[in-house]
Design a protein around this ligand. Structure first.
Ligand code: NAD
Length: 425
């Protein structure tokens, strides 16, 4: 029970905010949400655009533009990453912030959703310039941020180093060390063991549950992975450990295929040494487009948005798609895949292992007591299995697919909090 297949690829098919709204509207209809509540749920609660003056290494001053959007704080502090990119824009940040609200609600962690971005090209900036940019951006957001208000994390082109700068800047202004202000920090500075692997491991847990759900074997399935970064390469590693065969994997330069299975520890070593997959011994080079359409049982898009569209959904051979990336499938492709009987696990569940362990990091920071890695992994597994089951149950109850089932679970949880908190007038 989804919308009809719509016109082929268009600007709208690639606008993340429009994509989010289309899924939102279907779920809101199924939940029977009243108009006013829909409006609150879809409207970002707060948006900030700031100018960030930075002294460049050559002595010149340049003003960058930064955003922070808090989509919802109904269930807890806003949670979401900060991306540095030349083409980040407010619509994209809004969509990503809303996704975070739904993602946190799907795994039932007590966070709302937020996202940040700065228009810059980090590849053309020195470490010093990035540090000054990060610190000034943080100081511009001081009134918004806080461990009980808004807790950023890494996203595209930001990582542990930037999180350490944010934590330090915030702490200096507050005159006390506050590790819980950001997650994704280095271990030793309040970071959590297992956070690095968490998203890929979560994808592997979700693949395992999906195979069980659709009646495919628990071992020996062929897996194709788009994206050999943090998410894709760890997902491949854990799936190989679970007894599956990673037959194809790609990076932004192209893909490699070996139907007998690629050795994931060796693939990761090769990548570390060479920086790209090209030339990996014993594998055939194929294109990224071919990877998406190759023969496999499981496809994991773990690179970027808008990869499975109305243009290629018809040719995808996988029986199960588990979305490691955010927004890899467009709403038009959803309808085609559903008609063809492909089981799609949406991003807001499939890659939620990351935010789940970010939540564990925040909890550990606030306790000042840290868990061992196995403890983190065991807790993550429990959260994801429970979330998977609640989504499968919702999909059945509402007669819809897993994506809309996930939106129903998430929106219902956020709407419940809004209703019992009431509207302060
Ligand atoms: P990453 O930068 O470590 O890896 C991205 C990989 O995708 C690289 O191998 C890159 O070469 C490849 N890639 C980029 N563009 C591509 C393209 N057009 N075609 C094919 N390959 C391409 O990033 P990551 O942390 O692994 O994140 C991947 C995705 O997962 C993103 O959508 C991100 O938002 C999402 N995600 C990441 C996390 C996390 O914890 N890292 C959590 C949730 C969601």
């Amino acid at each position: 029970m989804t919308e009809a297949v719509t016109a082929p690829s268009s600007a709208a098919e690639h606008n993340p905010f429009i994509q989010m709204q289309r899924r939102f509207n279907i779920a809101a209809d199924l939940l029977g949400l009243e108009k006013g509540l829909r409006e609150i749920l879809v409207t970002p609660s707060q948006e900030m655009t700031i100018s960030i003056p930075v002294k460049l290494d050559n002595g010149q001053l340049r003003v960058f533009t930064g955003y922070r959007v808090q989509h919802s704080i109904a269930r807890g502090p806003a949670k979401g990453g900060i991306r540095y990119s030349p083409d980040v824009n407010l619509d994209e940040v809004r969509a990503l912030a809303a996704w975070m609200t739904w993602k946190c609600a799907v795994v039932n962690v007590p966070f709302g959703g937020g996202k940040g971005g700065v228009i810059c090209d980090p590849r053309r900036m020195s470490i010093g310039e990035k540090e000054r940019l990060t610190r000034r951006y943080t100081s511009g957001l001081l009134d918004l941020l806080g461990p009980e208000r808004d807790v950023p994390a890494p996203d595209m082109n930001t990582g542990e180093r930037e999180m350490a700068w944010i934590m330090d800047t915030y702490s200096l202004h507050r005159r006390s060390t506050c590790t819980a202000i950001v997650t994704g920090k280095p271990v030793g500075l309040g970071g959590s063991l297992g956070r690095t692997e968490a998203t890929g491991l979560g994808v592997a847990f979700v693949v395992r549950e999906s195979l069980k759900h659709v009646g495919l074997p628990a071992t020996g399935c062929r897996v194709a992975i788009q994206g050999a970064g943090n998410v894709g390469s760890y997902a491949g590693l854990f799936l190989q450990e679970m007894g599956h065969r990673v037959v194809a994997i790609s990076d932004m330069y192209g893909a490699i295929l070996n139907s007998a299975g690629l050795d994931m520890p060796k693939v990761r070593e090769w990548l570390k040494e060479h920086g790209r997959l090209e030339g990996f011994p014993g594998a055939e080079p194929i294109s990224n487009a071919e990877l998406l359409e190759c023969e496999c049982e499981v496809l994991i898009p773990a690179a970027t948005e808008g990869q499975i569209t109305s243009q290629n959904a018809e040719r995808i051979q996988a029986k199960v798609i588990v979305e490691g990336a955010n927004g890899p499938t467009t709403a038009s492709a959803d309808a085609i895949l559903e008609r063809r009987g492909v089981f799609v696990v949406p991003d807001i569940l499939a890659n939620a292992g990351g935010v789940t362990v970010s939540y564990f990091e925040w909890v550990q920071d606030r306790m000042g007591y840290f868990w061992d890695k196995q403890d983190v992994f065991d807790r993550e597994e429990r959260v994801l299995v429970e979330a998977f089951n609640s989504i499968a149950e919702a999909a059945q109850r509402y007669g819809t697919n897993a994506r809309i089932g996930a939106y129903c679970v998430a929106m219902d949880r956020v709407a419940y909090c809004l209703k019992i908190r009431g509207i302060y007038a």
